[in-house]
Write a protein that binds this ligand. Sequence first.
Ligand SMILES: Cc1cc2nc3c(=O)[nH]c(=O)nc-3n(C[C@H](O)[C@H](O)[C@H](O)COP(=O)(O)OP(=O)(O)OC[C@H]3O[C@@H](n4cnc5c(N)ncnc54)[C@H](O)[C@@H]3O)c2cc1C
Length: 465
Amino acid sequence: MKTIKELDPTSIETFRSKLRGKIVLPEDSVYNETRKVYNGMIDKHPGMFVMCVDVADVIAAVNFGRENDLLVAVRGGGHNGGGLGLCNKGLVIDLSGIKFIRIDTSNNTVRVGGGNLWGEVDHATHPFGLAVPAGIISTTGVGGLTLGGGVGHLSRKYGLTIDNLLEADMVLADGSFVTVNANQNKDLFWAIRGGGGNFGIVTSFKFQAHPVSTVIGGPTLWPIEKTEEIMEWYHDFINNVPDDLNGFIATMIIPGAPFPEHLHNKQFCGIVWCYTGEADKFDELFAPVRAKNPLFEHVGEMPYPAIQTLFDGLMPPGMQWYWRADFFNELGEEVRAQHLKFGSNIPTPLSQMHLYPISGAASRVGAEDTPWAYRDAKYAGVIVGVDPNSENAAKITDWCKAYWEALHPYSSGGAYSNFMMDEGQDRIKASYKHNYNRLVEIKQKYDPNNLFKVNQNIKPVSQYA
Ligand SMILES: Cc1cc2nc3c(=O)[nH]c(=O)nc-3n(C[C@H](O)[C@H](O)[C@H](O)COP(=O)(O)OP(=O)(O)OC[C@H]3O[C@@H](n4cnc5c(N)ncnc54)[C@H](O)[C@@H]3O)c2cc1C
């Protein structure tokens, strides 16, 4: 494998002449800004960025990377916890210039560019009273989130993001361009609904949108001492309530404004709700939550894009992030005790644990219908150590690892790939479970030399020793 530095400078100039987008090299003044990603803990030094603006740029970049035997990374929104949108010394194919959103109101579908962010999609669909199920922070990339699965406020009502993916345009490792959907290139269409960026670069996604305009949502908080009681009740409640109500449960600290001062810097067990049903039925449905006497409730009507940006201000780019994750079926006594223990010792104000329900519509898709193998798990859990100060990197990492190690024995064995760091092949296999071998076969067919390896990598058969 070569590095960019080892290439003949004339080959770089020839490549530059084929592009409409720019290339960025280490000597360029914008290089250090360009190599920043959301997670400030990531400090990679690519040899070159190709800032693609169209499909032709992506094809040229893929061919350049393959023909020169370069390490290739692909960056969508740059949110990945492990920094999988970057690589050291190799080529980064950046998609942030490939942005477009077109809504077809005849069938409520939405075409989105491979480099769009979710906030841009929400902004474009909202005036039409539509939304595509996605994650809970608006600055996340459509590309990485979708290709890994996509869990969020609408998962119980309308499924994961991949359950709403109808079609994608892709540039494959050999530089060819294909469209994949339920009738065309069906194996690839299956693989990209959870198998990540392993199979090619998606330049355009087509989603089914749904009628979501105003939601009723926001957090309820209980003192951390009540964690075990609230989690036990929550497990029964969320798994039996209609799909209209979603709520993810968390252990967290309230760091400051916009929350009232008396809550600041205290640890809580919280649930963030999002209701998409008829407004006049909400109070009755929500009565059991209020009967648990939350210390604080801030639940009300808001436009869907408002709930999608509710936490953006608390989570600006550039902070230190360390991630650990697992799926869970149960919240038994021992599990609840660990949540109380670690939730009572959160190391920094923004560090937290979330359990996202995988019930309702998300659980009614077959476990082999997409690579997302854990349709029967009740929760996708994630623990994040977060802090603006790099001096706290070890502190947040240690807490996160210890919390995860205490819970892992009670997990379903694998994790949602988008909530993982760079954790090795065994974790990837455990996370795709019975779907792993089929992913390996498809990888062998479309990317036998593993050009797209900077991801939760599915190795082609030929690369197994
Ligand atoms: C603050 C925060 C909140 C989050 N909340 C949620 C949430 O609510 N729900 C959820 O499901 N996830 C959530 N995530 C996780 C998120 O889904 C992953 O971090 C995801 O990888 C981000 O995608 P990206 O395009 O921004 O990342 P990038 O770092 O750009 O890319 C991640 C991976 O996807 C590949 N990739 C990206 N775009 C393309 C493309 N167009 N074609 C081919 N490969 C591509 C990259 O090569 C890389 O391997 C959150 C992450 C953060 C940091």
